[in-house]
Design a protein around this ligand. Structure first.
Ligand SMILES: NC(=O)C1=CN([C@@H]2O[C@H](COP(=O)(O)OP(=O)(O)OC[C@H]3O[C@@H](n4cnc5c(N)ncnc54)[C@H](OP(=O)(O)O)[C@@H]3O)[C@@H](O)[C@H]2O)C=CC1
Ligand SMILES: O=C1O[C@H](COP(=O)(O)O)[C@@H](O)[C@H](O)[C@H]1O
Length: 500
């Protein structure tokens, strides 16, 4: 059982429409997610699926495109075929009405002209958002069921373009119909942040500037642009990861306790904390761009960002960024929130480190190290609290150890759904708790737009770092300057879990 208490209209047919069905996101994430939800009997019955894109595809071809991502077990083959029997595909353009009229006819056919709820997933480049949404609104809306529209990032590239997109969407749909996906909000440990914070007295009472010295939120990937350089070069790591995924994590770590778990109460608090953050300045950042590692084992590792054929040879787009944010409120004043993210680094991980202050009046000859609460989002979900204990045995020395909650051990055999599974199911249920509201977006862009414009206008040169390294050395220095201490003395004796 993935999820208890799922509420949706069980008796009404649902139709799920995937725009951009021939694309990368659709084959790698959306179709696999729909299959897993179907396989686990989590969708309302009947739910049917209809792909739409310009390419002339058959269901057989679509099935083949998705094959390697679907993870079908031998005993599931019949059900898998059943899933594809519920699929249709319509080829058509994104502009003009014709394709959308065909699509609507197909949807009516699939629904037998009955009342049905419709979900529209925009797995599309932003260049066609406007015309597709207008056509959905004018031609494809269910007339007697509800309609929900799932929008993928990028939600604009700065405050002005994001506002234009928000205004455009607001002219067509109500906020209740819009589901802006940030898939990090669907990850187990990100969803866990509220429980960790507000369900534990021991943490809630220390979660403030009196006890916490700094907070470090990290995203690392061990690969470069992998042929997506064209897209990436236009956006860069700040827009790709920091302004959305890392800032969302920061909001959940730093927000005040909401009055309830109602989605709007939570999002109200997230907006409030974002409003307390001043726009970023260059002095609070470190920017990097990876160069090929001549010792790299693969071609990819030996290839620098600027050697990617799809990237402008003089590009100054950062592939690594560190930013120190300051929250000007009673709880967090003077506590640096350090966000770091990068591609082509030495590791794959996403984590939050809450570092506590030094123990005042240390009686252990300066040997006490800071407590640190680590929330590992991936890989291998874990929560561990680094603390000091007496070295076991006859000695009176002290040493660093940990209280360890590794999910793989504590919740053996539990199924942790993929982020997209949770989020798409939420859309069926009508829960917007884990989706981005337009005012959150507006605040996020307020914080990042001036610095993004400055970096681009002045063509600020990023610091080169080697593919497979930890990023620019300057980033360590920035962490130290901002009250994050790295000792290098901590030893963990277990196996690091690598699942997820
Ligand atoms: N439940 C579990 O699975 C547990 C696993 N462990 C594992 O034990 C290992 C060590 O634990 P960890 O908490 O990482 O402890 P450490 O204190 O050793 O490391 C903290 C992090 O500091 C960063 N770092 C390395 N060098 C520097 C530097 N010069 N300046 C600043 N930062 C630096 C590294 O991350 P980065 O390179 O990203 O900067 C490192 O991951 C990890 O692999 C961890 O996953 C530990 C406890 C429980
Ligand atoms: O949104 C994005 O996220 C992925 C990383 O997602 P994850 O779930 O695998 O951690 C990143 O690779 C991509 O560049 C970015 O657009």
């Amino acid at each position: 059982m993935i999820c208890e208490g799922i509420h949706f209209d069980r008796k009404i047919p649902h139709t799920f429409v995937i725009f951009g069905a021939s694309g990368d996101l659709a084959k790698k994430k959306i179709y696999p997610t729909l299959w897993w939800l179907y396989r686990d009997d989590l969708l309302p019955k009947p739910t049917k699926f209809c792909g739409y894109a310009r390419s002339k595809l058959t269901i057989e071809k679509l099935k083949e495109n998705c094959k390697q991502y679907m993870k079908v077990q031998a005993h599931e083959v019949d059900k898998y075929d059943e899933f594809w029997d519920l699929n249709e595909y319509v080829a058509g353009n994104y502009d003009g009405r014709t394709g959308f009229e065909l699509l609507n006819q197909q949807l009516e056919l699939m629904e037998n002209k009955n009342r049905a709820n419709r979900i529209f997933y925009l797995a599309l480049p932003p260049s066609v958002f406007d015309e597709v949404t207008v056509n959905i609104k004018n031609i494809c809306m269910s007339t007697c069921g509800w309609n929900r529209v799932i929008v993928e990032k990028p939600f604009g590239r700065d405050d002005v373009s994001s506002k234009a997109l928000s205004d455009h969407l607001a002219g067509l749909f109500s906020e209740e119909q819009l589901y802006r996906i940030d898939h990090y909000l669907g990850k187990e440990m990100v969803q866990n942040l509220m429980t960790i914070r507000f369900g534990n007295k021991i943490l809630s009472s220390t979660w403030n500037r009196e006890n916490i010295a700094s907070v470090l939120i990290t995203f690392k990937e061990p690969f470069g642009t992998q042929g997506r350089g064209g897209y990436f070069d236009e956006f860069g790591i700040i827009r790709d990861v920091m302004q959305n995924h890392l800032l969302q994590i920061l909001s959940l770590v730093a927000m005040e306790k909401p009055v309830s778990c109602h989605p709007d109460d939570i999002r109200d608090e997230k907006v409030k904390v974002l409003k307390s953050i001043a726009a970023l300045e260059l002095k609070d950042m470190v920017l990097g761009q990876y160069v090929g590692n001549p010792q790299g084992r693969t071609e990819d590792e030996r290839t620098g960002y600027l050697e990617d054929e799809t990237v402008d040879k003089n590009s100054t787009t950062p592939t690594y960024a560190l930013a120190v944010l300051h929250i000007n409120n009673e709880r967090w004043q003077d506590v640096p929130f350090i966000l770091r993210c990068g591609k082509a680094l030495n590791d794959r991980k996403a984590e939050v480190r809450i570092q506590y202050h030094d123990v005042p009046g240390d009686i252990f000859e300066g040997n006490s190290k800071r407590n640190e609460l680590v929330i590992r989002v991936q890989p291998g979900e874990a929560l561990y609290f680094k603390m000091m204990t007496k070295t076991p045995g006859i000695t009176f020395d002290i040493e660093e150890t940990e209280l360890d909650l590794t999910y793989e051990h504590r919740y053996r055999g539990f199924y942790l759904p993929d982020a997209y599974e949770r989020l798409i199911l939420d859309v069926f249920c009508g829960s917007q708790m884990h989706f981005v509201r337009s005012d959150e977006l507006c605040e996020a862009w307020r914080i990042f737009t001036p610095i993004l414009h400055r970096i681009e206008k002045e063509r600020i040169k990023p610091i080169p770092y080697l593919y497979g390294s930890r990023g620019p050395k300057e980033a360590n220095r920035k962490c130290e300057e901002n009250n994050f201490k790295y000792y290098g003395s901590y030893k963990w004796h277990g196996n690091r879990s690598t699942s997820s």
